[in-house]
Design a protein around this ligand. Structure first.
Ligand code: HEC
Length: 98
């Protein structure tokens, strides 16, 4: 139990250091469930889900818009991308900075 609390405390303190201009992007990324597939901070541990950390922000925004419009087709992302509407840039900036 002590260990669990310690881990939680460390996670919270790391979190508050990285809370910056990209806080909205991080919150959206986590709250929309992107994290469930693409991993913490965009570092995927599942081969079928691409890692997004460190990718170019402009490119990420374009992929999200293309998934929204259907110009890029993937059943999962065509369903997920619309939820990021209005937050594409913030999410992309967060991921690009990881
Ligand atoms: C249920 C799993 C799942 C969730 C949740 C999910 N994605 Fe994806 N995502 C995928 C898969 C699978 C692909 C690869 C699609 C393809 O092959 O074209 C992908 C592709 C992407 C890509 C393009 C990456 C590349 O290398 O081409 C971006 C950007 C992306 N997702 C962002 C997001 C964001 C932002 C969210 C949250 C709003 C999200 N995803 C939620 C499964 C998911």
């Amino acid at each position: 139990m002590k260990k669990v609390l310690l881990v939680a405390a460390v996670a919270i303190s790391i979190g508050s250091v990285s809370v910056s201009v990209q806080a909205d992007g991080a919150a959206m990324y986590n709250n929309l469930g992107c994290v469930g597939c693409h991993g913490a901070g965009g570092n995927s541990v599942v081969p079928s889900y691409p890692s997004l950390a460190g990718k170019d922000a402009g490119w990420i925004v374009k992929q999200l818009k293309d998934f929204q419009s259907g110009a890029r087709k993937d059943a999962t992302m065509n369903a997920m991308a619309p939820m990021a509407a209005g937050h594409e840039q913030a999410i992309a900036d967060f991921l690009a900075g990881n």
